[in-house]
Design a protein around this ligand. Structure first.
Ligand code: FMN
Length: 332
């Protein structure tokens, strides 16, 4: 156990923020499975300022289950970020995370996301300003990558600057911005960052199995491990990591049904299709199921398909980091 600011973190296994995935229903499931933290997907500071309708949807959270509630902001302008942080805290955010890792051009060209990696001083100044804006009660954390590209790896320098600015914890995805999701995450750099600062470090990148997570947690000396793609379709990984059992067929079906029902309360039905693709990973005839659900646009029909497919069987293969979905445009 360790603390982020005043918040006690009960499990060293975190769900990674993932746009389009880490919405309230999935975060709640992760917490229920024992995740120590499940940060929201990146939320636009300007969207909060303008009370944008889509942004309001991203702000949905469950104050009972999401404890502590960590909200990720992105933005390139200090004032807008400070304003958004204050608003987010008023809405219930207990930790504010700054996205300094997003590689997507639309984000970096506004000076946000991984563009902040290119200017350590600006990044540190942002943390300082946001800390001042929200006060001591709401810790500011940051999620970074190892650097902009192979020639500009600066996560250690960045770590020091952020720590000095009052950052309460850093999550490091062990890839450069230029790498996107290619190559392997560099866990040596994650280990080096952990050794060079006092604040909690959360290691992230390519953890897909229980064995892998435990090995990386131990070898890196990190305070926690953050799991993204490895939790897609497999939120039970957080329970298994804490020594719990794999899900039975019925339990799996019931959870998928609940996830679907909560998802469609505020989202279009078709946006759940990628979850169904992930949940069916490793199952016999997963291809047939995916083909079937791609054409369904009625809630009752989807529920029937979930029931028929998941009620009586378990996956036959362990999940792999297969590219069922194109991550090249993923916001991380
Ligand atoms: C679909 C998708 C969406 C993502 N969105 C975000 C995001 O909103 N904010 C963020 O900091 N990282 C985001 N990321 C990056 C993840 O948080 C994580 O750093 C990355 O996937 C590496 O971890 P993994 O190998 O466990 O997946 C996203 C990744 C994926 C695959």
């Amino acid at each position: 156990m360790f603390c982020i600011g005043k918040h006690l973190i009960k499990s060293p296994y975190f769900l990674a923020p993932m746009a389009g995935v880490s919405e309230m229903p999935f975060r709640v499931i992760a917490f229920e499975m024992g995740a120590g933290l499940a940060t929201t997907e990146l939320i636009s500071a300007k969207g909060i300022f303008h009370r944008n309708a889509r942004t309001q949807q991203y702000l949905r959270f469950d104050p009972e289950k999401e404890v502590p509630y960590s909200l990720q902001l992105f933005g390139g302008e200090e004032l807008a970020m400070c304003h958004a942080a204050v608003e987010a805290a008023k809405l219930g955010a207990q930790i504010i995370d700054i996205n300094m890792g997003c590689p997507v051009k639309k984000v970096t060209q506004t000076g946000a996301g991984s563009a902040l990696l290119c200017d350590t001083r600006r990044a540190a100044s942002l943390v300082k300003a946001m800390r001042l804006a929200v006060g001591d009660g709401v810790p500011i954390t940051v999620k970074i990558r190892t650097g902009w590209d192979a020639q500009n790896i600066n996560c250690l320098e960045m770590g020091k600057a952020l720590e000095d600015a009052g950052c309460a914890a850093i999550a490091l995805h062990g890839r450069t911005r230029a790498q996107g999701y290619s190559g392997r995450a560099d866990w040596e750099l994650i280990k080096a960052l952990k050794a060079s600062v006092q604040i909690p470090i959360i290691g992230n990148g390519d953890v897909i199995s229980v064995e892998d997570a435990n090995l990386k947690l131990q070898e890196s000396g990190c305070d926690a491990i953050m799991i993204g793609r490895g939790a897609l379709g497999n939120p039970w990984i957080f329970r298994e990591l804490l020594g719990g059992a794999r899900p039975t067929a019925i339990e799996r079906r019931d959870l998928i049904v609940r996830h679907f029902q909560q998802h469609v309360e505020v989202n279009a039905l078709r946006s759940f299709r990628s979850h169904l693709v992930w949940y069916s990973k490793g199952f016999e005839n997963a291809g047939g199921f995916r083909e079937q659900v791609m054409h369904l646009d009625q809630e009752a029909a989807v529920l029937e398909a979930i029931d028929a497919f998941f009620s009586n069987k378990l996956p036959v293969a362990d999940q792999e980091m297969t590219d069922l979905v194109d991550y090249r445009q993923a916001f991380g």
